[in-house]
Design a protein around this ligand. Structure first.
Ligand code: URA
Length: 188
């Protein structure tokens, strides 16, 4: 556990805990507001992210940006990261040992950010954070509360590129996040 961002990021940059380190161009640590109330967690970097070292800059990320913008959610106010920090070959789903090797970094990021809400983008994020028993189809759109953090599972933006009908649900789920944040802010 690192108490500051510099040490944490340094340890991720040098990480060789799993085989994903062998093919990475850049690690994709995370981006955004380090004191964000809302954190977004995806699966793992794709080709564009690996090249630039920034999460969600490819096609799926651009689609997510459009939804955020239309809903009036400022991406710069969020903290965005992934389950694994290095690109899995051919964008395959991270294997269990890879996700587990990387999860301590993510837990450390959550401790440092202290978000009130975490949006889980897709099945990999949901299962690794909330438990393997959760399925994205049944869980999306429903709040899960754990240790004082509210989790909103929703579709991964890449799923919206494959199936347009999911866009409406994604939009609805993000709207719930926006409203919940307004509700929490009104209480303080
Ligand atoms: N997909 C993800 O899960 N994360 C990214 O950063 C980009 C695409």
């Amino acid at each position: 556990m690192y108490h500051n961002w510099e040490d944490l990021e340094k340890s991720v940059i040098g990480c060789k805990k799993c085989k994903l380190c062998m093919n990475r161009t850049n690690i994709v640590f995370g981006t955004g507001n380090k004191q964000a109330d809302i954190m977004f967690i995806g699966e793992g970097p794709g080709a564009d992210e690996d090249r630039q070292g920034i999460p969600f800059v490819g096609k799926a990320g651009q689609l997510m940006n459009k939804a955020l913008q239309a809903l009036g959610i400022d991406r710069n106010k969020l903290y965005i990261t992934n389950i694994v920090k290095c690109r899995p070959p051919q964008n395959r789903v991270p294997e269990q040992d890879e996700a587990e090797a990387c999860l301590d970094y993510l837990r450390n990021q959550v401790i440092l950010v202290k978000p009130k809400i975490i949006v889980l983008l897709g099945s990999t994020a949901l299962k690794n954070i909330c438990g393997q028993e959760y399925g994205i189809t049944a869980s999306r759109g429903k709040w899960i509360e754990k240790k004082g953090i509210l989790y909103m599972p929703t579709w991964h933006p890449a799923a919206l590129l494959r199936d347009e009908t999911k866009k409406i649900e994604f939009w609805r789920d993000l709207k719930q996040v926006k409203h919940k944040m307004q509700e929490l802010n009104a209480k303080n």
